[in-house]
Write a protein that binds this ligand. Structure first.
Ligand SMILES: NC(=O)c1ccc[n+]([C@@H]2O[C@H](COP(=O)([O-])OP(=O)(O)OC[C@H]3O[C@@H](n4cnc5c(N)ncnc54)[C@H](O)[C@@H]3O)[C@@H](O)[C@H]2O)c1
Ligand SMILES: O=C(O)C[C@H](O)C(=O)O
Ligand SMILES: [Mn+2]
Length: 571
């Protein structure tokens, strides 16, 4: 079911061919030009009389759309407006986003996307993506034959259990997949026609949702155990049959399942877990920038990771890779990292310790002699006794980093590093203004959600956004363009290094460890180039790449522009 095809004319200029006509042409977001169909197109495609008289330029449409956007008071209304625009005209949506990325990214992505997740069953409009559920998994091949476009290259899939820091959200998690894919296109120029959000609707344990008559997901408790594993397996196997080289981003799976699904299918399909690997890569980039600022090394730091789930363990693993690059052994590097979960510091003698936490569990003898109240060190006790210099928040626990903890870290080093990475904004471990106060402006700060500049010492200090959004779009672009058959750990490290390199010194001097969000597109290009080079080096690239990767990006990245329409030549 091909509704259109992108072709090149004799001069190499792109145009679209379609067999659709009349009103239908205004109903497909990838073809709809709204009021910009030319007079010739109106004649050729049966649109005469159906559109306003004036033929708008893209700029005029953007002006109208922006004024509309600004007329909404609430962030959720703005989100609904932008999503509706996306469903009406993808070109208009992405052109608007490009122009106002700093203002609009928080609306379509973190933090406002969290409200969209929670309200999903109330704000639902049009279908987007694929819904796989216990009711249709038996017909998975038929489902995959129904994708809106035949050439699916990139999927973001969620089972909705660990959405940001707001947990099990049932069907609403689909909003996250849509938001992530919007960034793939906005930041890395991936053609929206090759992307597909996937809702793995495996139930929810959230009672309010099960009791809500308007809830749109399957009304049953979450699948667990073998039933869950079989469901995911049926999905991946069918996917592999139909789209053998599709890149899959697993998003917001909870803890053990996140690790299991990633490991089980890493070698089956090119795939990544964004929360484990994307987060690891973005945090390592920020830490590299922090060490550049403090003129130290990664190996001179002591790390405390608060939260030992997908994000926390992913971050710890990637920091180890960073220290290995400095010449340390894996074991030496792990000695520098302390992981804390809801039960306190992770020690090897804990009963029922989850397998994915084991690699960072310390011997109990390590805390012998520590000053502490109970038998397991708390966050504050660990910060003090282990002489922590880098504090990383991935627990989803609002205000988990109090003044005492942050001051304890600042007592250990002239350059305390504090990353409050939990999303959305309300789940942040500590707000930047407080961290500046408590450390007298010494701290190097980053947050997962966007924050305003902090006024300190009479000057504004921008706060870098340590969000995996700086990694996954470029990583995905690099994987797709090199046709990599696997997403390797080396590619993630290459992505970290490229992002750190891209972070400019002037901004770093003001305290920001990540680029401004309006540089997201340029930063993603550098990440993509580094990933492609690494894919070649590790011999996982299935495509022979040219020397000049900049030109390759120039040629292959999708841009939001209205292309001329022509009638499909074949049937
Ligand atoms: N900035 C980013 O790019 C980014 C990326 C991934 C995750 N995150 C954030 O990290 C948070 C966790 O996400 P996740 O995917 O790792 O979730 P997860 O469910 O896999 O893990 C959460 C971890 O936090 C621990 N925890 C819960 N309560 C705690 C407490 N009181 N004290 C200490 N630890 C506690 C849990 O034991 C678990 O180990 C979320 O808020 C998410 O938004 C941010
Ligand atoms: O979605 C985000 O903003 C980042 C991350 O994937 C998260 O789960 O918090
Ligand atoms: Mn996530």
């Amino acid at each position: 079911m091909k509704q259109y095809e992108k072709k090149l004319d004799a001069h190499g200029r792109p145009y679209l061919e379609t067999h659709l006509e009349g009103l239908m042409l205004t109903r497909l977001p990838l073809l709809n030009k709204v009021t910009s169909f030319s007079l010739e197109e109106r004649r050729e495609f049966g649109l005469l009389g159906l559109l306003p008289t004036h033929v708008s330029t893209l700029d005029e449409q953007l002006e109208r759309a922006y004024a509309n956007f600004r007329s909404f008071r609430s962030d959720l209304d703005k989100h609904v407006y932008l999503r509706a625009l996306q469903d009406r005209s993808e070109v208009l949506f992405y052109a608007l986003l490009n122009r106002h990325i700093e203002e609009m990214m928080p609306i379509i992505y973190t933090p406002v996307v969290a409200q969209a997740v929670e309200q999903f069953s109330r704000i639902y409009r049009y279908p987007r993506g694929l819904v796989v559920s216990p009711e249709n998994i038996g017909e998975i091949d038929a489902l995959l034959a129904n994708t809106p476009f035949p050439d699916v290259q990139l999927i973001v899939a969620t089972d909705n259990e660990g959405i940001l820091g707001i947990g099990d959200q049932g069907f609403g998690g689909l909003a996250i997949c849509i938001g992530k894919l919007s960034l793939y296109t906005a930041a890395a120029g991936i053609d929206p026609a090759v992307t597909l959000p996937v809702e793995l609707d495996v139930g929810t344990n959230r009672k309010e949702l099960l009791d809500d008559p308007l809830y749109l997901g399957v009304k049953r408790p979450r699948m667990e155990g073998k039933e869950y594993d079989d469901f995911i397996h049926a999905f991946v196997t069918a996917l592999k049959r139909r789209f053998p080289n599709v890149l899959v981003q697993w998003e917001d799976f909870s803890k053990q399942k996140a690790f299991d699904v990633l490991e089980r299918y890493r070698d089956v399909l090119p795939s990544l877990n964004d929360d484990i690997q994307g987060t690891g890569a973005v945090v390592l980039a920020g830490l590299l920038s922090a060490t550049r600022r403090s003129q130290t090394t990664l190996g001179q730091q002591v790390y405390l990771v608060h939260g030992a789930g997908a994000g926390g363990v992913g971050v710890a693993r990637q920091i180890v890779r960073g220290m290995e690059r400095e010449g340390m052994s894996t074991q030496q590097a792990r000695e520098h990292i302390y992981l804390i979960d809801s039960k306190g510091l992770i020690l090897k003698d804990r009963k029922g310790l989850e397998p994915y936490k084991l690699e960072f569990a310390h011997e109990p003898s390590r805390v012998a002699g520590w000053k502490m109240q109970g038998s397991i060190p708390s966050l504050l006790e660990t910060a003090r006794e282990a002489k922590v210099t880098v504090l990383l928040g991935l627990s989803g626990q609002r205000a988990a980093f109090g003044e005492d903890v942050v001051k304890a870290v600042a007592a250990n080093t002239p350059y305390p590093v504090v990353f409050a990475l939990s999303n959305p904004t309300a789940n942040c471990e500590a707000v930047p203004a407080d961290i500046y106060q408590w450390t007298q402006g010494k701290a190097l700060v980053a947050t997962g959600s966007p924050f305003e500049d902090v006024e300190w010492d009479g000057a504004p200090h921008p706060v870098g956004q340590g969000n995996n959004a700086f990694i996954f779009p470029g990583l995905g672009l690099g994987v797709l363009l090199s046709r990599a058959k696997r997403v390797t750990d080396g590619m993630l490290t290459a992505a970290s290094l490229a992002l750190a390199d891209y972070t400019d010194g002037a901004r770093l001097a003001q305290g920001a460890l990540y680029p401004r969000m309006d540089r997201l597109r340029a930063a993603s290009r550098q990440v993509a180039i580094a990933v492609m080079r690494q894919a070649v080096k590790e011999e996982v690239a299935m495509r022979k790449l040219p020397e000049d990767l900049e030109s390759l990006l120039e040629a292959e990245m999708w841009r939001p522009e209205f292309l001329p329409l022509r009638r499909a030549s074949g049937k």
